[in-house]
Design a protein around this ligand. Structure first.
Ligand code: GAP
Length: 428
């Protein structure tokens, strides 16, 4: 894991937030390469969940919501972790992560009684900083979807089964954040609420478990590094009839990437009750109102990005010949094609610029002029660039270039007019 953290900093994937001030615990900033990778992860999710389906639409709800939303959802009363403090070293632990509640695992000191600690961040809306102005930073994007259920259903003229998808920031004042970007206090979720007739809940729950597992594989994760884990009854959240995690075998062990839950009609009923406005769906065919059940695949964009990074990371060879390569799926690769003139020659550089310019409206392109060609290939391998296009002195004569493949390192000569179709074919 340390090697990946160090690569992330060195090559501009991820930096510590506010680093020059000593950093802010568990907060991270995505650099020029990282922001492209994370955007591609979100784009791949949106493509699979919204654009390629006729039964799912998107939403972008606000982070701040009416405080009564969190009363209705159960977060105000129940979104809490059990917490203990060490009376000596002052370290704080989640009680449910400790085997012995008598002794601090760090210094052996005495622990306090278990207390419930609500994970929602509070802030104030408007100029007054009192109880009546308190609002919460959303701890999940899902509630923005539930309160808009009828708005979306009516505007888009949809009938269950159908889904509403959203990508956005969520906030949780986690007691034990850590493992790099795996558990943070500010993170991005990719959630989809799929509303179904109650009798179809089991069928759709099974469907989404498989579909979500397959999505990670289709984006390049090796299937034997993934597993589905069903939750035991006592693990289930207050709203869930059943839940299953897609887990990834991170260097720190099998850990949750995404949860797929059957939330029943809990949320629509709670919001109907608390707001006094029914969110029941009216079925034109049967002329009856009913509350759909909800199957929710809830993923984390930061966790998925970390899993794709870890899975793609490889070091080949040894010593000075060692090559670090990120075997990212082309759809996720931050840079798709690097254009490399063999040297900083006054004829080669303009030709490289011309080729790069013609490709830029199709792909994310990098032009790298510095260092030996071998070093430049290695630099591109390290950030997962699937293809490099090299312009050499023959290119000036034959208007052809060399395309080098990241994974096989094989090279092929291509005429410049044939370059674009070839890149499209290779990159998909
Ligand atoms: N709406 C349901 C829900 O929020 P969750 O299992 O608490 O369910 C869904 O969160 C996903 O959000 C997780 O599987 C994870 O990928 C991501 N996530 C949750 N808490 C996180 C945190 N503190 N840091 C990074 N990602 C987190």
């Amino acid at each position: 894991m340390e090697k990946i953290v160090s690569l992330c900093k060195r090559r501009g994937f991820i930096f510590q937030s506010s680093e020059i001030y000593g950093g802010l615990s568990a907060c991270w900033d995505y650099g020029p390469i990282g922001v492209e990778l994370k955007r591609n992860v979100k784009e791949a999710w949106w493509r699979a969940m919204v654009h390629s389906r006729r039964d799912i639409v998107g939403l972008d709800a606000s982070i701040l919501m009416h405080p009564r939303v969190w009363e209705a959802s159960g977060h105000l009363a129940g979104f809490a972790d059990p917490l203990v403090d060490c009376k000596e070293c002052k370290e704080r632990f989640r009680a449910d992560h400790l085997e012995n509640l008598q002794k601090c695992p760090k210094c052996g000191g005495k622990l306090t009684e278990v207390r419930k600690f609500n994970l929602m961040f509070k802030t104030f809306m408007g100029p007054l900083e009192d109880e009546s102005a308190t609002v919460f930073m959303r701890p999940e994007t899902a509630q923005g979807i539930f309160v808009n259920f009828l708005n979306v259903q009516q505007a888009a003229r949809l009938k269950p089964p159908f889904g509403i998808a959203q990508i956005g920031k969520s906030f949780r004042n986690e007691i034990t954040p850590g493992n790099f970007t795996y558990r943070t206090r500010e993170f991005e979720q990719m959630e989809m609420e799929f509303f179904v007739p109650p009798a179809e809940d089991e069928q759709w729950y099974g469907y989404w478990k498989k579909a979500r597992f397959d999505w990670y594989v289709s984006c390049g994760i090796q299937p034997d590094h993934l597993r589905l884990r069903d939750h035991a009854k006592e693990e289930l959240a207050h709203y869930a009839k059943s839940c299953c995690d897609v887990e990834y075998n991170f260097p720190f062990g099998w850990s949750e990437l995404e949860g797929i839950a059957n939330r029943t009609d809990f949320d629509l009923k709670q919001h109907s009750e608390h707001s006094g406005k029914s969110l029941a769906f009216f079925d034109e065919e049967t002329k009856q109102h009913y509350f759909p059940y909800v199957i929710e695949p809830a993923a984390g964009a930061d966790r998925a990005t970390l899993a794709f990074l870890v899975d793609a990371y490889a070091v080949e060879g040894e010593g000075k010949d060692a090559r670090t390569v990120l075997r990212l799926h082309p759809a996720l690769a931050p840079i798709k094609v690097a254009v490399l003139p063999l040297s900083k020659n006054e004829q080669l550089v303009p030709l490289a610029d011309e080729v790069a310019g013609s490709l830029r409206k199709h792909f994310m392109i990098d032009v790298d002029l510095t260092g030996s060609i071998g070093k430049r290939y290695r630099r591109q391998d390290e950030v997962g660039t699937p293809l490099c296009v090299t312009i050499d002195f023959d290119s000036l004569e034959d208007r052809a270039v060399t395309v080098r493949d990241r994974d096989t390192m094989q090279q092929e000569r291509v005429a410049i007019p044939e370059l674009l179709p070839l890149l499209h074919e290779r990159l998909g």
